[in-house]
Unconditional design. Structure first.
Lengths: 373, 65
């Protein structure tokens, strides 16, 4: 398939692996954070970590929206889903995410009308077809997904569909990166920045990482060859003592992003004062809410929500995994009490979560001394 | 139906290249891996059959060269 097959070519991968070996400084460990869950998934699925020398260590970042959603917001979603007359729509991966009161899937089993959708536009269609129901969409995701919610809201308003609303949990990628960079004791050398978020926001929002923290950044696509090429680019920057935001994903990413997507976001959403991130705590201006002009389509305005804060389970170390402080297999419940079938923490729920990705693809290939039996 | 190939669709960074088959107003039918889906095209208009779009959560985010 075009745009896929050519980025999975084994021979080219070997060539890039040799290039990495040539540019890496022997004995100097380089910690590269791949910000996005999509990269984490690709690294484990395609065994990219085995193609790079020992000196290169991938640290998995916070870019999995399912993984960073706090349990209290899941409980709010369940409360909405259990309201009489509400049809609650969600992307599939949110169905199993445990809140303090169980998951949406369990709420569905108890009789709540919870439906899985692939797009907010599907939720809007459901609202059009069922005017007697209140259709609520669980809006979650970074700047890649937020434009889909924005376009859906604009269509709902233009068509006057009044029985549709969004429970907005969209988050932004810049502020959590700053929080991670400010974490005491964190040792990161460089960043692989998310490709598709950057189709929307461009490469400009990462420039503070270079200017203020002196860490190289490469905006990167998601096929294994893309990731290997990004590693070469980052190692070259480090070796040549350059520090820049480079763009590996030039086939779709521009410095200023997609102006129409940004305009749709601007028209429908604004920054929240603060928002809670699982594992990272409260981060100012890190999430989006609907603008007051769209209050009629804002589930938080239209329905009363519990809004309770729920502590993460004590055994769960998702927070430490999310800032790269520990590897998934170093969590005390990884692969024993916490598995993709029965997740305790969110990193095990989503296939892009670092724990689930490692559980599914990486655990059998690790040296025995680093993996619990 | 989704174009998503076994990935978490919630993940903001999963998007799939798909080829436009037909354009109908603000939507297009696109095809990837033999599967078809309708996507909103407001962010990438104008598009025509044969264009390759980067699709995510039911909308096209970008046009591929």
């Amino acid at each position: 398939m075009k745009y896929v097959d050519e980025f999975r070519d084994g021979e080219l991968a070997q060539r890039l692996a040799h290039e990495i070996e040539a540019v890496v400084e022997p004995g100097r460990e380089v910690k590269i954070m791949e910000v996005c869950g999509g990269h984490t998934h690709a690294i484990y699925k395609h065994g990219v970590e085995h193609l790079v020398p020992r000196e290169v260590d991938f640290v998995h970042g916070p870019g999995c929206p399912v993984c960073v959603i706090p349990m209290g917001r899941v409980d709010d979603a369940i409360a909405l889903a259990e309201r009489s007359g509400v049809t609650f729509t969600t992307f599939g991966d949110m169905m199993r995410v445990p809140g303090g009161r169980g998951s949406l899937l369990e709420a569905k089993a108890r009789g709540a009308d919870v439906r899985m959708v692939y797009s907010p536009l599907d939720a809007l269609e459901l609202a059009r077809r069922n005017p007697e129901r209140e259709v609520v969409f669980f809006a979650i995701g970074f700047e890649t997904t937020a434009p889909a919610t924005a376009l859906t809201l604009l269509r709902a308003r233009a068509e006057g569909v009044r029985n549709f609303s969004a429970f907005c949990n969209h988050v932004t990628i810049g502020p959590p990166l700053r929080t991670i960079l400010d974490s005491p004791g964190l040792k990161l050398d460089a960043f692989i920045a998310p490709g598709h978020v950057s189709t929307v926001i461009g490469t400009r929002p990462y420039e503070f990482i270079v200017d203020e923290y002196g860490k190289p950044v490469v905006v990167t696509a998601f096929e294994p060859l893309d990731i290997l090429q990004a590693v070469v680019m980052l190692l070259r920057q480090l070796r040549e003592e350059r520090c820049e935001v480079e763009n590996q994903y030039t086939r779709v990413v521009r410095r200023d992003g997609n102006p129409r997507a940004l305009a749709a976001l601007e028209e429908t959403m604004e920054l929240r004062e603060t928002f809670e991130w699982r594992g990272l705590g409260w981060i100012d201006h890190s999430a989006l809410k609907l603008r007051p002009e769209l209050a009629d389509w804002d589930a938080e305005e239209r329905f009363e929500l519990p809004g309770d804060r729920v502590e993460d389970p004590k055994a769960c170390q998702c927070g430490e995994v999310l800032i790269g402080a520990i590897k998934p297999w170093e969590c005390r419940v990884f692969g024993t009490a916490c598995t993709p079938e029965r997740p305790i923490g969110t990193c095990m729920v989503s296939s892009e979560g670092a724990c689930a990705a490692f559980y599914n693809y990486g655990r059998l290939a690790r040296p025995h001394d680093t993996v619990p039996a | 139906m989704s174009l998503d190939r076994g990935h978490c669709i919630t993940c903001s960074d999963e998007a799939v290249p798909a080829t436009v088959v037909e354009v109908e107003g603000a939507n297009a039918t696109v095809e990837a891996d033999g599967r078809r889906e309708r996507v909103g095209i407001e962010l990438v208009e104008p598009v025509e059959p044969g264009d390759v779009l980067l699709c995510h959560a039911g909308i096209a985010l970008e046009k591929l060269p």
